[in-house]
Each structure stands twice: as C-alpha cells, then as structure tokens.
Design a protein around this ligand. Structure first.
Ligand SMILES: NC(=O)c1ccc[n+]([C@@H]2O[C@H](COP(=O)([O-])OP(=O)(O)OC[C@H]3O[C@@H](n4cnc5c(N)ncnc54)[C@H](O)[C@@H]3O)[C@@H](O)[C@H]2O)c1
Length: 439
C-alpha cells in the first residue's frame, strides 16, 4: 500500500513591521511575559521555556542533518518588533502590575522598569458579577454591552495607529470568570450582537473583548478557562472574519506535569486507580479562584485531561475506575510560588498497587509567560498563513484544548508537540516526521 501525503503548503506573508500584543488583564502573567521579552531583547536573559524562540525542528530524514531553529524555519515576528498594550481594572501600568504580583525580584524589575511603566493599561470592560473577589477602579463607565464593545474596538484601532502596528494579536491574561454554560445568546453572531444591545446578563466581559478583537481582524487566544473561544458565536465570527482563535487555559504547573506523566504510564500499560491533586497558591489568581463559582470554571478545565489521555473507553481494565480530584487552596504566604502536590495511585502486574508522589514547587507566571509569547507569535503566523477558526495545532499550550472538528483535541503533551511541529513542516512544504524505521 502506498501512502500519499496531501501537502497543504501555505503561502505565508512574511512578518514585516511591528506586531502589537494586546493583553486584556495586566496581572502576574502579563507583566512577567512583558518583562521577560524586554529582558530577552536586551540580551539579559534568554527566553527560556519558549518553543518559538529556543526549539529546533528536525526536517527530512535524520541523515540529512537539517535541524534549524523554529524561528529561522518559519517567518515569525522578532522580539524587537513587539509592542505591548492592554486593559486592567486595577493595575495602572505593567510595572505596578509586576510589583503587585511580586514574581520578579529587585534587579530583574529595575532593568526594565521604565519600559514596563510605559505600558499603560487602558480602562477595562469589567463586571464584578463575574469576578466577585476584585473591585475594579479603572473601568469604562459605559453601562451597555454593545457600547462597551464599540469602545474596545476604538481602543484597538487607536492602539494600532499610535504604535504604528502592522498587525495585532490578543491574548487573554485576565482573571478566571464565574462558571458558565453557553446559552441562547451564544448560539450565533446575530444572537450575540442582539444580546450585546439588550445588555444580556449571560454575556461576560471576556466575550466582549473576543468579539471586539475579531471584528478588528485580531487573532484571539484565551489563557483562562473561561468559555470565550468555545462559544458557537465566537467560532462563527472567527471563520466569518477569517481570523484565528485558540483556547483555553494555559497549560503550566500541575496540569503540565499530569500530561507529561500520564502518557508515560499509558505507554507502559500501567493501570491508574486515582489521582489526587492539590495546590496552594497565594497570588491574585488564587484569591479569585477562592470563590467557588470561579473555581468551578478552573476545575472543569483541569479535570478533563486524564480521560482524554488514558481513554478509559478503550482500556476499561486499566483506566475504567479512576478517582480524579483537583483542589486549589488560597494561601497568601506563597504568593505566585505555587506548590502542587499529586498523589498518584497506580497498579501493575497481577494488580499490585504502587504510589507516585509529585511535589512541584513551581512558579506559575514563570511557566505561563513563554506560553503567552509563543501564542502571540504563532497566532500571528497562522493569520498570515490564511488560517481561521480554531487553531488545534496549538493545543500544546492549553489545559483544555479546543477542537477544530468533531473529535476532542489531544491532551497528551507529546502528541501535541508532534502536531505543532508537523503543522509547521506541512505549512512550509516539508514532509511530516514519523519516526518510522527509515525516517
Ligand atoms: N499563571 C498560570 O500559570 C496560569 C495558568 C493557566 C491559566 N492562567 C490564567 O491566566 C489568567 C491570569 O493569571 P494571573 O496569575 O496573571 O492572574 P492575576 O490575577 O495576577 O491577573 C489577572 C488580571 O486580570 C485583570 N482582570 C480581571 N477582569 C478583567 C477584565 N474584564 N478586563 C481586563 N482585565 C481584567 C485583573 O485585574 C488582574 O490584574 C487567570 O485567568 C489564570 O487563571 C494562569
């Protein structure tokens, strides 16, 4: 049997001029991201953790010895061409946000203080009903949601002009909103627009940002577990406007570990009886997630990963009876330095039980910041490649990756990585790497 691979080489417009990165939510993640890019372009620290900047990509057969950096292989905006902007209901600018977050210490902040101060937050579209633990002070005094969307569109256009941007992308780094199921107002663009005009209570602020971004032809990636990009109306609008979207929820600490470990257990056909995950976290994100309605949103996003990887329907003997529990506890002394414990109960040959304990003393925003960078650059690439709708190839970066078709997206971080790299190969007219005997 011959295998015919249908190449879908893309005609990619080169990245010329400035790329504006717009961040709704200038908190710990957003400020750490900006500070890191500023430090990298001054040569102070390399952008560690960023696949777009640090990773190589193998091309062709092994003996061909072609292994360029991804950023030399595909046309990405360079760090020097990035300009930052954003909105926040509390932080006045990125420097204040960084100080409040307390992720970066002393010298690391001083080096880039002036530049961070220059990133002034625009007034937010914010509603305490969706984030009960925060009191917004820098909020647009506009009651109607349609008018709020129009104001965001004005902000975007003004930013584009003032900063002489060639292109823009938006990455949601705002708080996790209260849990929500989609409702009738989210069923179509027309229903959503009517809902904006009617000030429909089911429309959350993050959705208004996504709407405004897409209307301005700005790709939108969703770093929080909010429904935003999953909504039918947002998917429809992204296709209509031919703009890429991606979501949801940055895959960082504990979930990253889970999607690294679980595929290994499955590869060896070891059984899993339970996975108990708990976190202590003391930053503003932890405070917001301390509210049950906001935690529910996060919980739904975190719980999905094991089923997707382990396929209990295919392997009922191994994975048909798993207790998966996820907890987040707000504990101020730790600030952004989250501690994530996992107690993993596995079983092997003749059913004998074993245990694995993971104690990950991680830094949430240090893990999330390079994801913001990669998403901004790859979403811009996708746009220039003529892609629109859900960018499933970026599922590598998400806890609850959104599927482009009817099948669920892959959760296994290794399959996600292959998908990302093979997509880049394909767009550039290279064969996928299969790791078969001859490859
Ligand atoms: N840090 C991680 O590892 C990680 C991983 C996955 C997801 N996330 C998500 O990323 C988001 C940001 O995390 P963080 O640690 O920076 O939190 P943070 O609380 O430090 O920052 C969020 C910011 O969003 C602002 N905000 C809230 N509602 C807004 C609105 N309507 N418009 C504009 N700004 C708004 C808040 O004022 C705050 O400054 C959270 O939703 C978090 O759940 C973070």
């Amino acid at each position: 049997m011959t295998y015919v691979h249908h190449m879908t080489t893309h005609n990619i417009t080169p990245a010329r001029g400035r790329l504006g990165v717009l961040l709704p939510g200038m908190g710990a993640v957003a400020s750490t991201f900006m500070a890191g890019v500023m430090a990298a372009r001054r040569g102070i620290h390399p952008p560690i953790g960023s696949v777009s900047q640090m990773a190589n990509i193998r091309l062709g057969r092994r003996e061909e010895d072609r292994n360029p950096l991804i950023r030399d292989f595909v046309s990405l905006a360079s760090l020097d061409d990035l300009v930052f902007g954003g909105w926040d209901p509390i932080s006045p600018n990125a420097m204040e946000a960084a100080k409040t977050a307390g992720v970066l210490q002393g010298g690391d902040l001083e080096e880039v203080a002036k530049e961070l101060e220059g990133v002034v937050a625009m007034e937010a579209v914010f509603d305490e009903e969706w984030v009960s633990r925060l009191s917004g002070v820098r909020v647009k005094a506009i009651p109607n949601k349609w008018d709020q969307a129009v104001a965001l569109i004005d902000d975007i256009n003004r930013f584009r002009e003032e900063n002489e941007c060639d292109r823009l992308v938006m990455v949601w780094c705002g708080s996790t909103e209260a849990y929500q199921e989609p409702s009738a107002v989210h069923a179509s663009v027309a229903a959503f627009e009517q809902g904006l005009k009617d000030n429909d209570g089911n429309i959350a602020p993050s959705q208004i940002y996504a709407y405004a971004a897409l209307q301005c032809d700005v790709p939108f990636a969703n770093g929080a577990p909010n429904l935003t990009t999953d909504l039918d109306c947002v998917v429809e609008l992204s296709k209509q406007r031919k703009v890429p979207i991606a979501g949801k929820d940055f895959k960082t600490g504990q979930t990253l570990m889970k999607t690294i470990l679980a595929p290994g257990l499955k590869a060896r056909m070891l059984g899993l009886r339970g996975w108990y995950s708990t976190n202590i976290l003391g930053n503003r994100d932890g405070e917001v997630l301390d509210a049950p309605e906001n935690f529910k949103t996060k919980e739904m996003s975190k719980l999905g990963v094991l089923g997707g990887i382990l396929q209990p329907e295919v392997y009922p003997d191994l994975y048909g009876n798993i207790d998966h529990v996820v907890r987040i506890n707000y504990y101020p002394p730790r600030g952004d330095n989250k501690e994530g414990w996992d107690a993993i109960d596995i079983f092997g040959w003749l059913g004998y039980e074993m245990q694995i304990k993971v104690d990950f003393l991680c830094r949430d925003s240090i893990l999330a910041a390079p994801i913001v960078l990669d998403l901004a650059l790859f979403m811009d690439l996708a746009h220039r490649a003529g892609e629109s709708g859900v960018q499933e190839w970026l599922s590598f970066y998400f806890k609850a990756p959104q599927a482009a078709g009817a099948r669920d997206a892959e959760q296994d971080v290794f399959i996600q990585q292959t998908k990302l790299k093979n997509t880049l190969r394909e767009w550039m007219g290279e064969e996928p790497v299969t790791h078969s005997e001859v490859g």
